[in-house]
Design a protein. Structure first.
Length: 178
């Protein structure tokens, strides 16, 4: 359990995000984290457990591989019980190698929009863990690696989250009738 109040957790998390996406500094990001942090990109089971592994993941596979046009569109933030849950849309062009999202896939130049969810836990006034979730099939469709004839969608998934009045059930409508 965290000894931080909701504002303290939110401020520390914002400081961590600025270290990652602004400064792209593993040192600054790790300064916001506890003595035994963990980062798990759940969709691909990538990340690290402990300071050494998290630092290696950040410095070699994540912070140096954030596309220059990466933006996040906030949807919601829920704070309580020693954790933050952030929901947002990640938007970027796959213009560089991205081991943390598309390991082994050379840049495709394709535009990607994907709903993303992060669960952040706190302990002793620091970030204890991050678990990052997204739909990998949505990413693969958008970079051209997954056939649209399969039951998977692309950027329209993110657009529906941002604008809930967008049509739904496209996969049901295109499915063969029995």
């Amino acid at each position: 359990m965290s000894d931080l109040d909701e504002k303290g957790m939110s401020d520390l998390w914002d400081q961590h995000l600025a270290a990652e996406f602004g400064a792209k500094s593993s040192e600054q990001a790790l300064a916001t984290m506890g003595s035994h942090p963990s980062v798990n990109m759940v969709s691909l089971t990538l990340g690290g457990i402990g300071r050494d592994q998290v630092e290696e993941f950040y410095s070699k596979h994540f912070l140096t591989q954030i596309p220059p046009d990466m933006e996040t569109i906030p949807i919601s933030r829920t704070i309580g019980q020693g954790r933050i849950v952030d929901e947002f849309i990640s938007r970027f062009t796959h213009s560089i190698q991205m081991d943390w999202l598309l390991p082994g896939i050379p840049p495709t130049g394709k535009r990607v929009e994907v709903p993303t969810l992060i669960v952040v836990t706190f302990e002793n006034g620091k970030i204890a863990s991050e678990r990052v979730y997204w739909d990998q099939a949505t990413v693969l469709v958008q970079v051209g690696l997954l056939d649209r004839s399969l039951p998977a969608l692309g950027a329209e998934v993110a657009r529906q989250v941002v604008s809930p009045t967008q049509p739904m059930n496209a996969l049901l409508q295109r499915a063969p009738k029995r």
